[in-house]
Design a protein around this ligand. Sequence first.
Ligand code: SF4
Ligand code: SF4
Length: 329
Amino acid sequence: MSQASAKKHFAPIPSFQQKLEEENLHVQRGKLKIFQINMGKLCNQACSHCHVEAGPKRKEIMEKGTVTRIVELLSKAPEVETVDITGGAPELNPHFRYLVREARRLGKAVLVRCNLTVLLEAGQEDTISFFKEQQVQVISSLPCYSKKNVNQQRGNSVFEKSIQALQELNRQGFGVEGSGLTLNLVYNPGGAFLPPDQKSLELQYKQRLKEDWNIEFNQLFTITNMVIKRFTKFLQQTGKLTEYKQLLFENFNPAAASQVMCTELISLSWDGDLFDCDFNQALDLPLAAKSTNIWKIKDLSELSKNIAFANHCYGCTAGAGSSCGGALE
Ligand code: SF4
Ligand code: SF4
């Protein structure tokens, strides 16, 4: 057998829980600061890495009754500082603006994960003005500053449309120094490798986006690709699944492990079920090993402190660590 065709062999990877025990780490949920709400799988894009497998044909979206119940729970949860709204493209949900207004009325910071291209869809002409009126923090994925890489990962013309949307966000003050309006960007690797250093990449992004497109933004968050859903399929198709899992395991970082985002976050699905994070939600891995939804609880403080860890969690603890708010270190 030639060396090039020889397959690499790796020792079995211990379960994530076992690894935490070996490292003497007791990771539990502490104070619940972030309530992350997934408003559904409807999206105007269908990206190759999407861990919720969202797309234009998906029908699963959050109903008004669910939103009303969320607002009720939030009104009894002073510990929750931030409402983090995601999807799909949450802006396409007819109850999106009601949720944002109510969360702001309750004094919560509201963060919207906006895919940018949705802002150019029919019916979304005033969405940026709405964000501005409600002082929403916008967080948007732009996996590269080069057209080729973005279009490869997110679909044809996504780069051009994203640039147009970013310029409009800037025009209305988002990401512009001194405006008080936040625009953060998200990078995730275009393949089976770990993200580079967040701060250095942020500098590169700032320079290139300013020079090429006159675009400004506040912070860049680097996020590691998780071994779930569409990215797992990509790894299988390219024969890199085992190697990538090994890469995540070999780069296990105990400091990142003690700060994983599920220690301060709860994630809610479009139909009202609660999970430790968006990834567990995508895998349908229930909270504290049993299903819990927003109608079964009186308030958010009664949720278990235990976290349902599994081997995809190695994605959160590799290298500098990864969360919906970027690197952990
Ligand atoms: S824009 Fe976001 S939610 Fe929509 S398909 Fe792409 S990754 Fe998924
Ligand atoms: S995947 Fe979810 S449960 Fe696992 S460590 Fe990351 S945030 Fe926590």
